[in-house]
Design a protein around this ligand. Structure first.
Ligand code: FEO
Length: 391
């Protein structure tokens, strides 16, 4: 338990044993599930934590409240990493009223069979706890349809749900001034790209809606509590949700026997010699997809190279392009390289995906038949020149 303001306490938990968040995304430095207690004439808990991490959770709440019962549980988001302890909390505090919007309450019933002693709130509803008051703002699709955020008006704390969250357990501190921030900023971009990346437009809407709140603290459900860096993290979310990118190139390839990989290495050298400073190369058969997606969100250029496999794209390449398409990533510059031995298909499939998604593609795509012997140095030069010109 940690004090955040005079009447608000952090009671979340670190998870350093789960390896895959949502059973999909790597957790190299763990993750935190953040929960908060507002102590006033009435006591409110804001969001709970993942069911497997409850050891110590109830004790932390009791410590924050000084043993008083919890009057309200505010459920900003129903994904089980935050709703997983609702039933345990209700069991411990049977008189506790659960607060959510109409969609939330339907999900609480569906997930946990709880429908009694609930309070349905609408956008802008304010609940008084005594000296402190909580206002609820709907923020749909950031990143589920029921998502809302809660603003503590007197303390000026925004409980933002997943928004402004990041991977990475909390190493000793809770607030941003107590932690080594560089690691968390990198993990925020990776988190955004993997989890929230599809929902750029709803994030923009939420930022506009909440931007005028006089926030002193932003308390997300994952990662540090933001006090000193609020403007910086809002800027990161604003940039990512607009799909803004910096000058740099991700080269992502599939390569079964090294021929396509070798060509990509040469292209990287050529791009570097033409002044591209930030280049990230990924072999998609072994790369961490979350890192590739993070860099796709960071950089404007994307060179994709794929062997033809069963008359289709090489499967890991297809997976990456599908993930980019699902996230409706905009404003990127694509360059395609296809390779084949007896029947060409990969380059065609890349171009089909580009057309379907409206992606900008550099001319002079390269198609390699069997080995580097089929590609001239001039082709590589032309590809790199065109790429750099448009980057
Ligand atoms: Fe951290 Fe969407 O749950």
């Amino acid at each position: 338990m940690r004090k955040i303001t005079d009447n608000i306490f952090y009671v979340g938990a670190n998870d350093r044993t789960t390896h895959l968040f949502e059973r999909l995304w790597s957790l190299r430095r763990g993750v935190s599930y953040n929960s908060y207690v507002v102590v006033d004439e009435k006591v409110a808990v804001i969001d709970t934590i993942e069911a497997g991490c409850t050891a110590g959770y109830l004790r932390s709440i009791a410590e924050a409240t000084g043993g008083r019962p919890v009057d309200y549980l505010v459920v900003n988001h129903m994904e089980p990493d935050h709703s997983g302890s609702i039933a345990a909390l209700r069991q411990c505090y049977p008189g506790m009223t659960i607060i959510g919007n109409a969609k939330t309450l339907q999900m609480i019933n569906g997930y946990y069979g709880i429908s009694d002693n609930v309070l349905e709130v609408t956008d802008g509803y304010t609940l008084s706890l005594g000296g402190e008051s909580l206002t609820f703002y709907l923020a749909p699709m950031v990143h589920w349809p029921e998502t809302m955020v809660t603003f503590a008006n007197e303390a000026k704390v925004l409980f933002s749900g997943d928004a402004f969250g990041c991977f990475g357990a909390l190493d000793g501190g809770v607030t941003d001034d107590e932690l080594h921030l560089e690691d968390y900023v990198d993990e925020m971009v990776r988190y955004y790209a993997c989890i929230v990346g599809k929902y750029g437009a709803p994030v923009q809407k939420a930022l506009q809606k909440l931007g005028s709140l006089p926030m002193r603290v932003v308390a997300s459900t994952h990662g540090p509590v933001w006090k000193n860096s609020i403007a910086d993290v809002i800027k990161i979310y604003d940039r990512l949700s607009r799909y803004e990118a910096e000058r740099g190139v991700v080269i992502a390839y599939g390569s079964m026997y090294g021929n396509t990989a070798g060509l990509c290495e040469e292209i990287a050298c050529s791009l570097r010699s033409k002044g591209v400073e930030k280049i990230k190369i990924y072999d998609l058969s072994s790369a961490d997809m979350s890192e590739v997606l993070r860099d796709v969100f960071l950089y404007r250029g994307l060179v994709v190279a794929s062997p033809t496999y069963n008359n289709e794209l090489f499967p890991p390449v297809r997976e990456l392009l599908t993930k980019i398409s699902e996230r409706t990533v905009k404003g990127r510059l694509f360059g395609f390289i296809g390779s084949y031995t007896w029947a060409s298909a990969a380059l065609k499939r890349c171009n089909e995906m580009a057309e379907k998604n409206g992606w900008e593609v550099v001319s002079c795509s390269i198609e390699q038949k069997q080995s580097r012997l089929s590609v001239s140095n001039e082709q590589i030069e032309a590809f790199a020149n065109n790429f750099v010109e448009l980057l």
